[in-house]
Design a protein around this ligand. Structure first.
Ligand code: 6CS
Ligand code: FE
Length: 295
């Protein structure tokens, strides 16, 4: 008798494994398709994005936009109280992140749908896009906590079922991002490598991962981060309020805490290609809630 067993396609981004793996190459592109003639980015800007994994621009938000966003953060926080979408610093209780802000605020939704911002995502990903996740990360003066080294795609693949790294984040600065108030550090070129992480994802893990300064799972091995940093160095992405950073979903990145008096507040919007819609998690029992990964 011939028994047919359904075989799942091989996952090329295997992670949350029992033991440390090799640093894997990324088999998928960063810039999808030849969209160089389309704009808004020039061919040179696209090539630099492909090489480094990120692109920056200034004057993307106006002073009025920034005031609106900050006002919305206060209003949302007040309205939501201790809702799950409000993530607080475990030590001080200050708000660390606010998720699904484009669903909670029409003004923020409008910013997330602007052509000049969405157009960059569509050009790089060569597809129509939708918002996979939106959040405000607030690093108040004296009290902002760090974010340990990670690839966002590793989490979105393992816990949200994102098939491929055909997604990118836009970080919009609502305050100046200086070298010293917790700006983003990126290892340029790291997006072309996939670092597997060790350890099985526990149930309801997001409750721990989003408040932890160094989450126990979905965190790469120190030796692997060292190898990438020694090869490529580390870029500090600073910029004035109103500037934007577009970065690939698989960039290895982190940020330090903020003990300066100057808050560092950024609005993050994650655009995913429509053809890359999320399914079953690749390395977790249950998919995360909709406010972290829109379906
Ligand atoms: O778990 C997540 O989806 C997220 N966590 C981090 C630290 N970065 C990106 C993403 O929002
Ligand atoms: Fe991240």
């Amino acid at each position: 008798m011939i028994t047919q067993t359904a075989t799942k396609p091989v996952d090329v981004y295997r992670t949350r494994l029992a033991k440390r793996g090799q640093i894997e190459p990324r088999p998928h592109p960063t810039v999808w398709g030849d969209t160089s003639g389309r704009g808004p980015l020039s061919a040179d800007q696209l090539a630099a994005y492909d090489e480094r994994g990120f692109h920056t621009a200034t004057n993307v938000l106006s002073d009025g936009d920034i005031r609106t966003c900050m006002g919305e953060v206060d209003a949302i926080t007040e309205r939501l109280g201790d809702d799950e979408r409000v993530i607080r610093e475990s030590s001080s209780g200050d708000v660390r992140s606010l998720f699904a802000v484009h669903q909670l605020s029409d003004a923020i939704a409008e910013i997330c749908s602007r052509r000049d911002i969405v157009g960059v995502a569509e050009q790089i990903l060569d597809d129509e896009v939708y918002v996979h996740q939106s959040r405000m990360n607030l690093k108040p003066g004296f009290a902002g906590g760090p974010f340990y080294w990670h690839s966002d795609f590793e989490t979105w693949h393992a816990e949200d079922g994102m098939p491929k790294p055909r997604a990118l984040s836009v970080s919009l600065a609502l305050t100046p991002n200086y070298e010293y108030n917790g700006a983003l550090m990126i290892i340029p070129g790291s997006h072309k490598k996939f670092l597997t992480c060790v350890g099985e994802t526990p149930g309801d893990y997001h409750r721990e991962s989003l408040t932890s300064y160094r989450p126990p799972f979905g965190t790469p091995e120190e030796d692997d981060v060292t190898a990438l940093a020694e090869e490529h160095g580390i870029d500090m992405v600073t910029g004035p309020a109103g500037s934007a950073l577009y970065f690939d979903s698989n960039c290895m990145h982190a940020s330090s805490g903020n003990i300066t008096p100057f808050p560092r507040s950024n609005l993050f919007v994650v655009f995913n290609a429509k053809s890359n819609a999320i399914g079953e998690p690749f390395a977790a029992e249950q998919a995360r809630p909709d406010y972290l990964a829109h379906r």
